[in-house]
Ligand binder design. Structure first.
Ligand code: NDP
Length: 942
């Protein structure tokens, strides 16, 4: 292994260790017994209608806190709040735009009047319009005004409202590591300014403001590139740097307040989170991104102030204490609560930690607490929800955009490297990152003495439709001296390399037999190319994990429940929980509360089998009597797995409810008269996108290119159509390559219809839909992605750019092909990519065409290139605005458009394809479900 590989290997090990540390940290309960908050505690979250803000609201409300979800758009915010309220959580809503003084004032007046003040403020609202280093004045101003000045205004307005309490009020701001002063690759290069910003004793708000003003002035006069500002995401990084510095300034000011009026202010980086801001391309879920905010808000003994956190940590030193904590927990020794005092020294307090979460911990006990939570049928209905709501369900596996795939490997005719016996092969699977680095996904077991191994150990990979995922398979012969220890610890460098092969995951999953075979080749260490030398063949078989598709529907009833209420009968409800590794239980769902009923039968609940792991994993079913103060009485409990509940249902027998009681020092179980029955048990399989693809359904790619004159003369370098023969693709070429690069694998014949619009073909009038292949006939197809690229370049020399920009014609052409396919009973879904530089002139005609097309197997992806203001185009993308309506008043049956301005996705972290294609599988599934179309292959059920 050469030095670079060594380095990469070490970096990979460090990353893996860090990942493990983080997940350990996140598994530590927020408070244990030191729960200082209650339903009276008021938390406010800004920008909470979606993303991390929505998840913070959700998590705080799950803790039993009253949370006010705020959003600048009333309708969207109300809808987001509603989904949490329907889950029984105490969530209020109010409009709040943090850059609008009036809005802040009216919010503060309202909160003072209605709640008397605030205990926790989470500054989450933020924007990042401009990825990369091409700051426009408008983007820089919006980002700095929102992220820094807006957050500052909100903090200043909220401080007078923060209520005195023993544990202190809390302000937590969602910031970013990009705003660190001493980042290695992304920092202010002026040492003097950096030192000033770091020097908390002399740091002032004026200095921070002056730094922002200087930067914005340089953006305006075009000199900012030589100003020594952070190199990537410059305006965003600076806005967060200002937020971090302002946190230090405020912490110092607030530290002078009296003990009873303490306010603690801190900020944190949530990691790279899968939200709209990153085009869903992050590494962590919004739930994980919210974790540190919840932890900082709820710390039992919070004296830490003015600090920047990442993953609950300010320094790596803390990790040592965390391990100690976990170790004690594992040894059943009463664990420690870790607290941080003002000088960042760590203190331990021994506390007794109850493994059973107090009621109200997970479900609010207030007036809203009487509805079913999680696992209800409504959870599966995703129609008409906004993005935040969709995301809420997405993160709970209800639409399955990401699938776990298990790869089974086998090989034939491997080379024999052993002298006295045959090779002992192992296969290792890697995934290739954007930067070319390899990340190991897993390895098989070692098969002894075999040149035709069939490995049993499966390797798991998460399939992401919108990305081209390159897999590398390497086969080694394991030296006998290394056999025996865990394969994970085997040093691959010490083994004999037998060869490798690579492919895209989509090549395997789109194969009718889900399998793929290739020759093993040997990649030479030197510059020598690959050398095929009878190294054998590797076969990969892909299978989707079936468990996630199956949902069980259960109807519970109870008989002879105990009466706990004086003047009426008990108000029972059920809570269903699962055991987790640490020995604690985690609630999965609960039923609605039935009033005055000792023989209740609740509405059906739905449990996805992936929620419980396996059908035979035990579930704890507890029956409570509802009390509005949140202290519900346990009426009885039973422990049964889904498999046992299914049996109960078919036998019609009841299960006795029990009650844990303490007699002296003994813990005993009292069997009650009351019984639990399962009136109905059924399982259904929800087909996934891959079921259809494996069943032979094709995605047919089509493309339409804007040839209007506003693109500029293609011969000049400033034209959007300029072909740079040095190989750097223009935005049109890039969008075709990226989107086509993903979709081509799903199109069997790879013959793509390709059109141009807004130009005058030689000697003709302006055409709003002409064949890119130059033919005037009815066949607009070209062969492969390369065919589109060639036809596009030829068209540039054969047509004169003109205008206006009309989409109606190309959409109608695509819709005609889609409807012919439906008439021919083909199993196909069409995807039209429109690339344009301008705002359309035929908005209403386009909407009419889209409303019609919404009934067809068609999705439309629009990429806006260049600097135009594409606001109007967003109307077409129903995610971002109202549902589309035609001139006749007909409303689109589903959202079929995804619009992305190219400039928003030019960063390193996400691609045009990822942002555009992310929604495609759910649009596809909605079409299939709306039309009752089943996948062709018969599915096995679990
Ligand atoms: P999203 O874009 O999903 O959410 C941002 C939220 O902020 C939206 O609700 C948005 O409202 C709201 N918002 C924007 N401007 C205003 C305003 N003027 N007043 C009130 N609300 C506003 O992003 P994330 O959830 O990813 O980001 C949340 C926070 O986390 C941001 O501060 C971001 O900088 C930070 N962060 C995110 C990272 C990530 O990887 N995602 C990494 C590091 C930090 P609307 O829907 O109306 O636009």
């Amino acid at each position: 292994m050469d030095q670079t590989e060594n380095k990469k290997e070490r970096a990979k090990e460090r990353r893996e260790k860090r990942r493990q540390e983080i997940s350990l940290l996140r598994s530590i309960p927020y408070s244990g017994n030191q729960r200082w908050w209650s339903a009276e505690t008021i938390a406010v979250v800004t920008g909470a209608n979606r993303g991390i803000g929505f998840e913070i609201t959700h998590q705080l409300a799950l803790q039993g806190i009253t949370v006010i979800l705020t959003s600048r758009e009333v309708a969207v915010g109300e809808e987001s709040a509603k989904v949490l309220q329907e889950g029984g959580l105490d969530v209020g809503f109010h409009q709040l735009d943090i850059v609008d003084d009036e809005s802040i004032k009216s919010f503060c007046d309202w909160v003072k009047e209605k709640y008397g003040g605030i205990d926790i403020l989470i500054n989450n609202a933020g924007v990042n319009h401009n990825i990369g280093s091409d700051n426009s004045v408008e983007a820089a101003e919006t980002i700095i005004n929102t992220n820094y000045y807006g957050t500052k205004k909100m903090i200043k307005a909220a401080i007078p409202l923060m209520r005195p309490s023993a544990q202190g009020a809390r302000i937590v701001t969602v910031s970013s590591r990009l705003g660190r002063l001493n980042g290695k690759r992304n920092r202010i290069s002026d040492d003097g300014l950096r030192n000033q910003l770091e020097d908390v004793d002399n740091l002032s708000e004026e200095l921070i403001d002056a730094t922002m003003t200087k930067f914005l002035e340089q953006v305006k006069d075009g000199t900012w590139t030589s100003g020594g500002w952070p190199q990537t995401n410059t305006d965003y990084s600076l806005s967060k740097l200002a937020v971090n510095a302002f946190t230090r300034v405020m912490a110092k000011k607030l530290s002078t307040r009296s003990e009873s009026e303490k306010i603690y202010i801190n900020c944190y980086c949530p990691g790279m989170v899968k939200t709209a801001m990153t085009g869903w391309a992050g590494q962590v879920t919004p739930e994980e991104g919210a974790d540190t905010a919840i932890w900082l808000s709820l710390l039992p003994d919070q004296a830490v102030n003015g600090k920047f956190f990442a993953e609950r940590l300010i320094t790596r030193q803390l990790i040592i204490w965390i391990f100690l904590y976990l170790h004690l927990l594992a040894c059943n020794i009463p664990p420690l609560s870790l607290s941080l005092n003002s000088s960042s020294q760590f203190q331990f307090n021994f506390i007794s930690y109850s493994t059973q979460p107090a009621m109200g911990n997970c479900f609010s006990g207030g007036g809203h607490g009487q509805f079913a939570v999680g696992g209800t049928s409504s959870a599966l209905d995703t129609h008409g929800r906004n993005e935040a709501v969709d995301n809420f369900f997405k993160s709970r596996d209800y639409n399955g955009l990401f699938y776990q795939i298990e790869l089974s490997l086998s090989a034939t005719n491997l080379r024999d490297r052993d002298v006295f016996s045959k090779s002992d092969p192992i296969a290792v699977v890697y995934i290739k990152g954007k930067d070319g680095s390899l990340q190991e996904l897993g390895r098989t077991e070692v098969v002894l003495n075999s040149l035709n191994p069939q490995w049993i150990t499966k390797v798991k990979v998460t399939y992401c439709f919108e990305m081209v995922q390159t897999l590398i398979f390497r086969v080694y012969d394991v030296d006998s001296q290394f056999q025996g220890p865990e394969v994970k610890t085997l040093k691959l460098d010490d083994q004999q390399y037998l060869g490798e092969c690579n492919c895209h995951l989509s090549q395997i999953v789109t194969h009718p037999k889900r399998s793929w075979t290739a020759d093993l080749v040997r990649i030479a260490e030197s510059t020598e190319a690959t050398r095929t030398n009878k190294l054998g063949q590797l076969t990969v078989y892909a299978e989707e994990e079936l468990v996630s598709k199956t949902t069980a529907e259960l109807t519970f009833r109870c008989s002879d429940l105990e009466n706990k209420d004086f003047f009426s009968k008990s108000d029972p409800f059920l809570v269903i929980s699962k055991n987790v590794a640490s020995g604690t239980t985690v609630p999965i769902c609960r039923t609605e509360v039935l009033k005055n009923n000792l023989k209740p039968e609740w509405k059906p609940i739905f449990i996805n089998i992936s929620q419980v792991g396996r059908k035979d994993n035990p579930l704890i079913i507890e029956c409570f009597n509802f009390n509005s103060n949140g202290k519900h009485d346990l009426l009885g409990q039973a422990q049964k797995s889904l498999a046992e509940l299914e049996k109960l249902s078919s036998s019609k027998e009841g299960e006795n409810l029990c009650l844990p009681i303490t007699v002296g020092k003994d813990h005993q179980t009292k069997v009650l008269k009351g019984q639990l029955f399962v009136e109905k048990y059924s399982e259904s399989v929800h087909h996934t996108f891959l079921d259809y693809i494996v069943g032979g359904c094709e995605l047919n790619f089509m493309v339409a290119i804007d040839f209007t004159a506003s693109n500029g003369n293609p011969r000049l370098p400033d034209s959007l159509h300029y072909i740079d023969y040095s190989g750097r693709p223009n935005a049109y070429q890039k969008a075709i390559q990226e989107v086509g690069g993903v979709l081509q694998f799903y199109d069997h014949d790879k013959k793509f219809p390709a059109w141009g619009f807004g130009a005058r073909p030689i000697d003709g009038p302006v055409s709003h839909c002409f064949n890119l292949n130059g033919s005037s006939g009815i066949n607009p197809t070209v062969a492969g992605i390369q065919g589109i690229m060639t036809a596009y370049q030829q068209a540039l020399s054969n047509v004169s750019l003109a205008g206006p920009t009309l989409f109606g014609h190309v959409i109608t052409s695509a819709a005609t092909i889609a409807s012919q396919s439906v008439a021919a009973n083909e199993h196909k879904y069409f995807v039209l990519l429109i690339i344009t530089d301008g705002v359309i002139t035929d908005l209403q005609e386009t909407m009419d065409a889209l409303v019609k097309a919404s009934d067809l197997p068609l999705s439309i992806l629009i990429v806006g290139v260049g600097g135009a203001d594409f606001k109007e185009m967003e109307i077409l993308d129903a995610d971002k605005g109202e549902k589309l309506q035609s001139t006749t008043g007909r409303v689109a049956s589903r959202d079929i458009v995804q619009f992305v301005p190219f400039r928003d996705v030019q960063g390193e972290e996400m691609s045009v394809a990822q942002s555009l294609l992310a929604e495609l599988p759910s649009q596809f599934l909605t079409y299939m479900r709306n039309n009752g179309i089943q996948p062709k292959t018969k599915l096995q059920t679990t």
